[in-house]
Design a protein around this ligand. Structure first.
Ligand code: SF4
Length: 341
């Protein structure tokens, strides 16, 4: 049997006990087996209710963890490859985040942490315990405004590009923004240098979106004069500035959908999503990637691993989140839901 046939057979056997969720950046080979697809928060929010017992999350680990926090009692969340991590999230281990936050607060100013949803549950728990919250790329401006109102400054993590793009949108000046040196457990941070700083950016980046450069934009404009270029705000601020539009995954999908027939649209985001959009909107619109930039961790989820996971589900150890992390991370998430209600 092929891996695809094994998946079909397992789905047949598990019936309504199973739901498979797939992130937009998964390959078509995976997406065709999913019950729902979306970005990380959409998927975590769309968790099915009873009688689904097993939720298999095709994405990276922090997403499965967030799903496990939001799952109902009795539901088990699984991921086909536990090694599918996120290089951006990995730049911000919880212990280091707590140490840096402590260092920033030594000045006596109240620095409020704001964690991008692309972070571990342990980080969201640190944020929850320190009065902070969580944001997505779609609500980052509203949440940054909220966080700035809660204290004297904000620690935004882990993506420095999303932080700077959002700050620019809110009108913060360059002198109010600082990218931190978090080496040596934060010992290099000299708080006395940051009297006028309102936004402290963690130095993480996304390996997919940080690859885009202004010269890629220039080359596309030279080759396709009437092109519209839309990029994800995890791209460098110079790339966002040079584009026609920037926004979250759902914004990019909407942008492609609403573009007029005959449009040439160049998309700067993960290439599996771009190729799927190209197929979905062909032949009326031409959609193509700014660069063939694939997430190596998302690509760790293969049909073979999905088949193995489904066949072993009843004996598998699900993703577990300790109670001491689940409660404060849920608090951070609830603050976001309230602020954006
Ligand atoms: S696309 Fe970027 S943010 Fe998303 S999982 Fe890959 S490295 Fe992390």
């Amino acid at each position: 049997m092929t891996a695809s046939e094994r998946i079909d057979a397992a789905r047949e056997r598990l019936g309504e006990r199973l739901a498979i969720l797939g992130h937009h950046y998964q390959t078509d080979a995976i997406i065709r087996h999913t019950d729902a697809r979306g970005d990380s928060l959409e998927l975590a929010r769309s968790l099915p209710g009873a009688p689904v017992e097993h939720i298999v999350f095709c994405g990276v680990f922090f997403m499965a963890e967030s799903a496990a926090v939001l799952a109902q009692p009795g539901q088990k969340v699984h991921i086909p490859d536990l090694q599918a991590s996120c290089v951006m999230a990995d730049t911000a281990p919880a212990g280091l985040v707590a140490a840096v936050l402590e260092r920033l607060n030594e000045s006596g100013r109240k620095i409020v942490p704001l964690a991008y949803v692309n972070s571990s549950v342990a980080v969201k728990a640190v944020v929850g315990r320190h009065g902070g919250s969580v944001c997505t790329s779609a609500n980052a401006p509203a949440m940054l405004r909220w966080a700035l109102d809660q204290g004297d400054g904000v620690l935004f993590l882990p993506d420095k590009n999303l932080a700077r793009n959002t700050a620019r949108e809110l009108g913060l000046s360059a002198s109010e923004i600082e990218v931190l040196d978090v080496r040596e457990g934060g010992a290099n941070i000299r708080t006395e240098d940051f009297a006028g700083t309102r936004l402290f950016c963690w130095p993480g980046v996304c390996s997919v979106h940080h690859r885009f450069k202004p010269e890629h934009i220039r080359r596309v404009r030279a080759e396709v004069p009437d092109v519209r270029i839309v990029v994800h705000p995890e791209s460098h601020p110079d790339v966002v500035q040079a584009s026609d539009a920037a926004g979250s995954t759902s914004f990019i999908i909407k942008y492609c959908r609403e573009a007029p027939a005959g449009a040439n649209i160049c998309v700067g985001t993960e290439v599996n999503l771009v190729h799927r959009l190209a197929k979905e909107f062909a032949p009326g619109k031409r959609i193509f990637p700014l660069l063939e930039s694939e997430c190596a961790n998302m690509a760790k989820i293969t049909e073979e691993k999905l088949a193995d996971t489904l066949e072993g589900l009843d004996d598998a150890e699900p993703v577990r989140v300790p109670l001491e992390l689940a409660e404060p991370s849920r608090l951070a998430l609830e603050r976001m839901l309230q602020a954006c209600a």
